[in-house]
Write a protein that binds this ligand. Sequence first.
Ligand code: UDP
Ligand code: MN
Length: 349
Amino acid sequence: MGFCLPVCKVFRRGKYLFLFLISLSVLAWIANLSGETMKEAPVSFATPQALVKGESLREKLNALTATPDRLITPAAKEQCPEESPLLRKGAVKLSFESSLKLKDVESDNKAVIEGEFEPSDCTARQSVAILIPHRGREKHLLYLLHHLHPFLQRQQLHYAIYIIQQAGDATFNRAKLLNVGYLEALKDYSWDCFIFHDVDLVPENDHNLYFCDKQPKHLVVGRNATGYKLRYKGYFGGVTAMNRDQFFQVNGFSNNYWGWGGEDDDLRVRVELQKMKIVRPPADIARYTMVFHKRDSGNQINKDRMRLLGRTPLVWRKDGLNSCSYKTMSLERLPLYVNVTVDIGKPLS
Ligand code: UDP
Ligand code: MN
């Protein structure tokens, strides 16, 4: 026991060598395995989990439809021209046929996927979220979708339409719904530009561009109902365009305007407090047809609006995007728009 013959020593060393070689080959095998997995990783097996903020529509389409051999390769596209060649000159002929059906609008807009569109032959200059506050104006919504989708496509935009529906029958709050729209749309994609759009205003001229500028933009200089004149100096309602940072900088809309009026003036005050300057396209272009309607029940004149407006400079930092509390009841991705139904509560008193 206390000694070993030279043969025995050689055998013992050989055993260690054998064990060493075995471990080496196990290690090599593991390394080889992980090497293969690494090689596989870049192949894009897109999954629905890949639908995260910042993806282009094309990538999303890949994610939804792809098996490796069906991947749509994103060809290098040039930026779309500064002025789209698809814009029509002069007034666009609008139609408000009572027989129009959602199915018709869907089949006219096959390139729109879940409310979103991207030009196929060039890279859009801006990605724009259209936010529409809504409750009980289905016919207006249908007319707007019918005109707006082709209009936005002729402008060669990457865009999506979001309808923000107020759930329940508490007093309507347009501004709060638009705050919700901004917050919810940003969960989908880092939109560059936001258009806050009444459901009953249909643009008449393709050159009224739904792009954001260096300053907040007001797009409704005139509408048929008011003789195509600005309603009053400083009017900033109906349809407005602000980019992501501008809207964030003013802390969005106030959440406290329940009922009709004042919320758009409040936004103007916020913009002015930030030393921004509202810009408008020429009057012969920024023209809209408003579908005729009466004041909705549930949206009575807000008698408190002047008092609230006086307090805006004091409260804007605390009342807005950063204090917008709501409960999303449902979010449906319908063919022509994203439908967000939301409980925004009710006025305090
Ligand atoms: N709105 C709505 N349902 C209502 C009240 C208002 O959908 O019950 C939305 C709709 O987008 C509408 C906007 O809020 O266009 C502004 O309201 P309204 O049209 O009454 O304002 P005005 O015509 O005076 O600008
Ligand atoms: Mn209206």
